[in-house]
Each structure stands twice: as C-alpha cells, then as structure tokens.
Design a protein around this ligand. Sequence first.
Ligand code: PAF
Length: 281
Amino acid sequence: MKVFETKKRLKNQINSLKNQNISIGFVPTMGALHQGHLALIKASLQDNAQTIVSIFVNPTQFNNQDDLIKYPRTIAKDLQLLKSLSNDIIVYHPDANDFYEGKIESQHFDFDGLELVMEGKQRPGHFDGVGTVVKKLFEIIQPDRAYFGEKDFQQLQIIRKLVEKEQMPIQIVPVPIFREKDGLAMSSRNTRLLPEHRGIAPIINETLREAKALFKNNSIEDVKQYVYRKMDENPLLEMEYFEIADEKTLKPAKEKISGNKYRGFIVVYAGDVRLIDNIAL
Ligand code: PAF
C-alpha cells in the first residue's frame, strides 16, 4: 500500500494513472476509520481500477477548536484497516501546511442556499471549509467517482452542488448510512461516548424511525413536536435540532407537497459528543 504525504509526490502518481487511463475512485475521510468508511471504500474498490483514500483532519471545517483538538486521530490503526481491505489502495495523508501551502484558510462558496440551513446555520463557516478541502482534493486527485456517506446528507448535497458549479467531471456516489446493530449511525465520534451515553444513543435512530411512521398520517408540525418531546424526556440527551426538509433544496418544510421527497434531520448532544443522523421520510 502506498502512502503519500506531499502533494507533489501524489500528483506524480496521479499523472501516471491518468496516462494509463486507469479509473480513479476517491474516498475522502478524516480518519478514525470505521465500518461506515469501509462501506464507501468497498464501493470504490468495486467500481474503479484504483482507489485513493485521503486521511486528513481538515482544520478549516471546524468552527469549534475544542472539537478539532479532540477529533480522534488513529493513523496506524487506519492504515492496518485499509491494508486488510486491499494492498492496492493509495493513501493520501497530508500535513496541513503542505496541503494548504502555508495559508490555512477557507474559500467562500455560494451553494445556492444549501449551506445556510441546519449544519450551515449551527456551524458557521463549516461548509466553506468542507468545500475548500474537497475542491482542492478533487483538483489534485481528479477522480472519476467520489464516494460520500448519506449520514452527512447535507454535505452530500453540497458536494453535488460543488461539482455542478465548478463543472468538475466527477460522479458523486452516495452510500447509505452504516449502522451499529442497535441502530446508532456509525461515526468516528462514537468512540468518545461515555458508556451511559453509548447505551442511550440508539434512541436517536429509534425516534427517527418513529417519525417516519408518523409522517404518513400526521402534519409536519406534529411529527416535529413528537420528536422534540421524546428527546426532552431523556435527560442524558440534549437536542440541538430536528428539522424536516425537502431532500433536494434542504429548505425546512412547513407542509407536504405531493411529489416532493422529505427527510428528517437530527442533531443531539450525548454529553459533549455531537451526534448526527437522518432518515428518508
Ligand atoms: O465527511 C468528512 O469526513 C469530511 O467532511 C470530508 C468530506 C472528508 C472533508 O474533510
């Protein structure tokens, strides 16, 4: 398995792949790899002759410095895990200064409003940081396909908008949420949960599934109230938001319009760990 730490060396490798017309699948990650990441990587290994995985805790997308410092970093374990999948994977594990060429800052993007709601509202600057790092990664790696998990559904829609606006010839492949047996969405942050919070966390997905069942015959407002009440009943979990939004525009929905697709989006704190999940309604 080849691991590249500098942009220059990786670019040479990419040029050689491009010259040979080898299809490239790309999975961007921030490391602390789990089964959810592996599902993305397996999809890429199936679809492409060469898979490239980046492992980079991108400083520009953290609006909270504490979250950046506490973000798990497990590079040795990550490389082992990747090796167990395939020895052919190329890993890009850059240093922030090499990647950003000394200027660790975000470009500002207009994603037609997708960036202004939910995570964009709660985490100012987050999607500028994500857009900046993903655009740079796409420019370096020039993948044919790039794989993104539906757990960060808003991020997925924003990346689709990014390639559309920047006219990048990259197919964005969505991969369904990978869950623990008890329903908790897999996340690198789960490793930081205290046992009592880990025990109660599956209630998040359980509530989303109840919301889906209620959505058929109830108003949007009633479903939202149900979810807020249910979370309120649980002293170990603190709701940040639950929103029902149009799947395409991500605009909060007030009433159901036939033919439109909706999703429920939830963010909950379990102690100081911020958990995120969503469901197609
Ligand atoms: O989803 C993530 O892990 C990150 O936002 C990404 C896409 C790797 C960009 O840093």
